[in-house]
Design a protein around this ligand. Structure first.
Ligand code: HSE
Length: 438
């Protein structure tokens, strides 16, 4: 083993993930040191409240003030596990200023402030590593940035929020209500501190922003992600989709097209024969299509104590290995050399092309279906399947479900406006996008 002293690490946050980092490092310290070339020691920790029970903090100087850790000259690497935008951004900037490397699990921070942080880190010659920010224990950053470096990435699709996947899975398998399952997800600790980040798709949008930048070599553009949550999905939609051979998944999707990059998070119908449609519960998966490797699928725990600690420690090993390397020879933060990032535009959602599932309530009388079909045809929308449910208990209305072929979103919007204006249509038209994943 190397005669080098262990690298000294300061942990900001000793909660669930921080406790996992301490425990996994202690348990696997010999294996990890054999990989890194020297030991990795957590010497300092900042914890606002009590340290997670079951964590052996002997040998760690603990303070309540994260600035003490960041400012300590004995610490060489800062692990930021506080989350959120502020003070995480300021703490990371201070660490960089002091020449410390940073490992973070903070997807919000990287998605929103990554461009700024990476520029400052480059100037100072330090690394910011963020494997744990996307899909927890799945090494998707490493796979995209290094393992697939030969490829022109065409698209990537991810189930990258465990909470929404858990909710949709429980609604489908057990017919449970949205509210009921969300309460359980919160109790189990899957959900973000503010669960609207999960439900409205913001958490997934943070992660998709990072995936897209690394896949295509574009700056991080969180504010351009089209984001739709799962709040409007009903048990009815879940059941109809199932009957038609599809699952509804809350998907982050990014694709490079001739007209720009698609960057969108929304509920999506996926044929149930696709592997990714069978990723259930809190599990995550990312499907990447490269021109040389073809489709590759990465599956695993997207959150949780030790899976996330696994990603954090992998980053610590990477940083430790490169401590003596010339900064110019390190793997670039966003995979592509910083002066070779592309300025390809992000496509507005109106210009995205996808297929659709439509659900509407219509008067049960002759000619209604023809009127709806005419409005779709006028926009060049071709129908793939139609299901009309018989009226329930003598009602004069029926539910119509349609699957369409691919069409530009602006054309679908125009058709939906027309359909909602029909006298015979008695509801909003519920639309869920549909992807073939081919
Ligand atoms: N709230 C997130 C999720 C945690 O449910 O996936 C991991 O980022």
């Amino acid at each position: 083993m190397s005669a080098l002293e262990p690298v000294r690490v300061g942990l900001l946050g000793l909660g669930t993930v921080g406790g996992g980092v301490v425990n996994v490092l202690a348990r696997n310290q010999h294996e990890i040191a054999r990989r890194a070339g020297r030991g990795i020691a957590i010497t300092h920790g900042a914890a606002r409240e009590n340290v997670f029970p079951g964590v052996d903090t002997r040998g760690i100087t603990i303070t309540q003030d994260p600035w003490d850790v960041v400012n300590d000259p004995d610490v060489g690497i800062i692990v930021e596990l506080i989350g959120g935008y502020s003070p995480a951004r300021e703490l990371v900037l201070r660490a960089i200023e002091q020449g410390k490397h940073v490992v973070t699990a903070n997807k919000a921070l990287i998605a929103r402030h990554g461009n700024e942080l990476f520029a400052v880190a480059r100037e100072r010659g330090v690394m910011i590593a963020f494997e744990a920010a996307v899909a927890g224990g799945i090494p998707i950053i490493k796979a995209l940035r290094e393992g697939l470096a030969a490829n022109r990435i065409e698209w990537a699709a991810g189930i990258i929020n465990g909470t929404t996947n858990f909710i949709l899975s429980e609604m489908r398998d057990k017919g449970r209500s949205f509210v009921d399952v969300l309460a359980e997800a919160q109790k189990l600790g899957y959900a973000e501190a503010d669960p609207t980040f999960d439900i409205e798709g913001i958490d997934a949008a943070h992660k998709l922003t990072i995936i897209a930048s690394i896949a295509f070599g574009i700056p991080l553009q969180f504010d351009k992600v089209y984001t739709e949550g799962i709040g409007a999905i009903t048990g009815e939609d879940v059941a109809y989709a199932e009957a038609l051979g599809y699952r509804i998944k809350h998907l982050g999707f990014t694709r490079r097209t001739d007209r720009g990059v698609e960057l969108r998070v929304h509920p999506t119908l996926i044929a149930h024969r696709r592997l990714i449609a069978n990723v259930d519960g809190v599990m995550n998966a990312v499907l990447v299509k490269g021109d040389a490797a073809g489709p590759t699928l990465y599956y695993g725990a997207g959150a949780g104590r030790e899976p996330t600690a696994s990603a954090v420690i992998a980053d610590l090993v990477d940083v430790t290995r490169t401590l003596t390397a010339n900064p110019g020879n390190r793997v670039p933060h966003l995979a592509f050399q910083p002066d070779r990032l592309s300025d390809i535009a992000v496509l507005p959602i109106d210009e995205v092309e996808t297929a659709y599932y439509l659900r509407m309530r219509a008067a049960d009388r002759p000619g209604v279906m023809a009127e709806v079909c005419q409005l779709l045809a006028a926009q060049g929308i071709s129908i793939e399947a139609v299901v009309q449910k018989e009226p329930v208990d003598g009602a004069h209305e029926v539910t119509i479900i349609m699957l369409t072929h691919r069409v530009r979103e602006s054309s679908m919007n125009a058709a939906i406006r027309g359909i909602e204006g029909l006298q015979s249509i008695d509801s909003k038209v519920h639309r869920i996008r549909l992807e073939s994943m081919a």
